[in-house]
Design a protein around this ligand. Structure first.
Ligand code: ATP
Length: 197
């Protein structure tokens, strides 16, 4: 039986709010591995200026040295156009070796609140179970019961950090040391990322 977690994101940049919570999720769900799937063209962020995919992917690769249970997956590179999560999961399943598998899609609480707006959200549950990371300040009361009854809420730590805050902090010359792995901070400095808006 292949047991696997999937965690998608923009990762602009990847931070400890992603890394520590998803690694805690991996342990709570008893999964040997979670694949981190950077999205080249996130459908919900098509209007926002994103850092080049190559930079976002490289920062993720550098960050994962500290987290041996988390692996980088480039599955979403193979999507034509914007990569929708349900299609990504279908692609992952098609590329797994033959045999039974148990897949968990791990998402942050803000993403589960958006689930009803995803493309074909009901199909998602035919491919994977969904586990939700707590995120400070996110209220799940407005999520329809159909979805809430199908997801597992995890007891992962609540870490008040977001990529938006990190980008703003760097732009304003503030310290981001607690939120980013050292190799990611060095990569951002070397490539002068997030300096201007
Ligand atoms: P941005 O601030 O640019 O929107 P973000 O920090 O929310 O970015 P994303 O790459 O958009 O990061 O998120 C990827 C996934 O990680 C989403 O499911 C999101 O809910 C989750 N996530 C991000 N930060 C946290 C956090 N601090 N705690 C729990 N989940 C998080």
């Amino acid at each position: 039986m292949i047991r696997l977690g999937l965690f998608g994101g923009t990762f602009d940049p990847v931070h400890y709010g992603h890394l520590r919570t998803v690694d805690a999720a991996r342990l709570e769900l008893g999964l040997p591995e979670v694949w981190m799937l950077p999205n080249p063209h996130p459908p919900h962020k098509l209007q926002s200026p994103l850092t080049a995919y190559a930079h976002r992917k490289e920062m993720l690769r550098l960050a994962l040295d500290e987290f041996p249970g988390l692996k980088l997956s480039d599955t979403e590179e193979r999507a034509e156009g914007p990569a929708y999560t349900t299609e990504t999961i279908r692609r992952v399943v098609a590329e797994l070796p033959e045999g039974p598998h148990d897949l968990w899609l791990i998402v942050g609480a803000d993403s589960v609140a958006d689930l009803p707006k995803w493309k074909n959200p009901e199909d998602l549950f035919t491919y994977a179970r969904v586990a939700v990371l707590g995120r400070p300040g996110v209220d799940l009361r407005s999520v329809p019961p159909w979805y809430m009854s199908r997801v597992r809420l995890l007891n992962t730590p609540l870490l008040p950090v977001s990529a938006t805050e990190i980008r703003n902090a760097i732009r304003n010359g503030l310290d981001t040391a607690d939120a980013l792995p050292i190799p990611v901070r060095n990569y951002i400095d070397l490539n002068r990322l997030y300096r201007s808006s």
